[in-house]
Design a protein around this ligand. Structure first.
Ligand code: MN
Length: 290
């Protein structure tokens, strides 16, 4: 359940106009637009013995976007935020120059019953000129996100810009994240509706991409503009994400992202030496991995 040890390098395969794999980064494609890492949490039963407790750990150079399908998380951070998140809403923590946070099962859900935890935490790299910004935090509730129905599918614009709409979730470069639930079999055509590179997470169901079936648990990354249309099976749930790629490469180590290697080294040292800001009233500490 931690978002700190899940960087999986795996072989992606080529099908038609797409690369297919389970999570980014893929070996052949490390980022999709500004999106650098996707952590799929669960679905997993929690309680009564085991709850979610991600202790104090730091981030730099990115924004974490948390989007839950089931369950709840209490987020606390070093800028004084304490924010519970429920399914369909968004927590956006902009790490900038450095932030520390914890993610835990809310106290009132620790009463001994079971609940299912299922969601995504997505890391979005900041543009180079904002990598060192002061940290920020935003909570945007489900009913503030643009939602609409079209061609037998229900759409929600979780973040960024797309389909002629704008999400109230702050973004720092051109990007999009869209939830699509297929109520009927339908053909998804993103041309003209979304800009830049695109990744497609198949949360539930499956799609036919260029004549090949791809099932839930996989992710598709488009290699080019004007790719073949996706035939989405009734009952499927997809998350589309992507946007304009950055010019410079990003380095990633543990929870740190930067265009500069030295900035990562400095952050490692600062965390080791306990020079990061702290979550008030929390004495936990996740050590830097060896
Ligand atoms: Mn984190």
């Amino acid at each position: 359940m931690s978002n700190t040890d899940l960087i999986i390098e795996e072989r992606s395969r080529d099908i038609g106009d797409f690369l297919v794999g389970r999570l980014i980064p893929f070996r052949k494609k490390r980022m999709v637009g500004p999106f650098i890492f996707i952590d799929h949490m669960g679905p997993e039963k929690l309680g009564p013995e085991k709850y979610m407790d991600v202790d104090q750990h730091p981030h730099i150079g990115l924004a974490t976007l948390t989007y839950l399908l089931e369950g709840e998380i209490m987020h606390e951070d070093s800028i004084g935020t304490a924010q519970r998140i429920r399914p369909g809403s968004v927590n956006l923590m902009v790490a900038g120059k450095g932030v520390t946070h914890t993610e835990r099962t809310p106290d009132d859900l620790r009463g001994g019953h079971e609940y299912t935890m299922h969601g995504y935490q997505i890391w979005i790299a900041l543009p180079k000129n904002l990598e060192n910004m002061e940290p920020e935090f935003y909570h945007i509730s489900k009913d503030e996100l643009p939602s609409w129905e079209e061609d037998g599918a229900a759409f929600t614009l979780v973040a960024g810009e797309g389909f002629g709409r704008q999400s109230p979730v702050p973004s720092y470069s051109d990007l999009f994240m869209v939830s699509v639930r297929a109520e009927e079999d339908f053909s998804l055509d993103v041309a003209g509706n979304l800009k830049g590179e695109i990744g497609i997470c198949i949360v539930e169901g499956g799609v036919d991409a260029c004549g090949q079936q791809v099932e839930a648990g996989n992710m598709l990354v488009s290699k080019l503009e004007g790719q073949c249309a996706l035939k989405v099976r009734k009952g499927s749930h997809l998350l589309l994400f992507g946007g304009e790629p950055f010019e410079e490469e990003r380095h990633i180590y543990w929870n740190f992202v930067s265009s500069q290697k030295e900035t990562i080294e400095k952050a490692k040292e600062n965390w080791r030496e306990k020079r990061f800001p702290k979550v008030e009233g929390d004495e936990t500490y996740v050590p830097l991995p060896k």
